[in-house]
Design a protein around this ligand. Sequence first.
Ligand code: ASP
Length: 441
Amino acid sequence: MRTVVAKFGGSSLSEAAQFRKVRAIVEADPNRRYIIPSAPGKRDKNDYKITDLLYKCQTLAQEQRPFGDVFEVIKDRYRSICDELGLSLELESEFATIARTIAAGVPADYAASRGEYLNGIILAAYLNFPFLDPATLIFFDQQGHFDGEKTQSVLNRELAHYHQAVIPGFYGSTPAGQIQTFSRGGSDITGAIVAKGVQADLYENWTDVSGFLMADPRIVRNPKPIREITYRELRELAYMGASVMHEEAIFPVREGKIPINIKNTNDPDDPGTLIVKDNGNIRVPGSITGIAGRKGFTIIAIEKTLMHSELGFGRKLLSVIEDHGISFEHMPSGIDTISLVISDQQLNNKLEKVLVDIDRVCHPDSIEVFHDIALIATVGLGMAYTPGIAAKLFTALAGINVRMIDQGSSEINIIVGLENKDFEEAVRRIYRAFVSPDPDE
Ligand code: ASP
């Protein structure tokens, strides 16, 4: 018997019809033994996420304002799921406890976690699986960091008693017994932790898309799906904005060498995307795995004669941005030039002050600033050690002004910086050059 941990996202459990799909999926494979639900998500784009409503209740309670109306919407959603599924669960006392506790002024984490908690109770009853509260299985330390060691040993020990279980995502508890959540979207992390905890053969992450695509479908028409990708490649693409799953969910499964399969609850026969460790097999020389990118960067270009021989220049420059609490994305350099590529979010209106300080501390000959920069990452293990990749990329970009180039030493990622206005066209050209000359293919 294999062990599959299956996490279902908010859109997969937003209403009774979705619960039916989830049950059919779970019942189709007896290896799907540990099920991690999110809270109910949006049913359509004008709908509310239960988690958002719970945060809202907590904020209102903190401000000593009534939150009964909002809480009523939450109760109605759960009630209608139960009614339509024909479940007679005693949720009213749970609702009363939660409302009372929120009214007493608990921290936001407790309120937010109740979305997963209640959904877990319902899903467990519907699947006829035991319900296990992650407050007793997933732990944070005193500083609020996830406590991997304690969690691993408790999960190992406790889950050995359960052949199957529903374990709500998103939260655990602190040494003081308080509820603490992961960051938003954190049920993905719970799924990964449980998968590692039980040494699962596979971690399935069920969502509303059939995995990753080779490029953003808003830019490239009908991009091809990514059938298989390594953790490393995914990390590079996710950093650049390709997101289906919480970034941090990769780490536990990667350590445990457990493959992740991103699957679509609304199209369960689609194979989705399989995320694996680099086994050397999926390396097709010269091929790329995906393209991702983001707008909204600024380049600060600094020039100083004999910079290359000035001891400590780089350190001084970086200390300036560190003092402003800014981290940088890239730092390409020439002989007497160095550029800092910083996201506008990081820069956050501090640019003027940063420039004054660079001038004071580094005494450069000149500083130039380029606004509205986009970065595009072309990623693939197949790019490493393959001659001609860069030539192909830059031929594709001919006529577009490339302001920055960065290739990591692993050679699985070439990043180019160009003007925001050229972003979409550049992505399409790279796709055509490496994947398919006809974007509809
Ligand atoms: N319900 C939580 C959120 O909306 C966690 C999750 O869905 O993964 O962020």
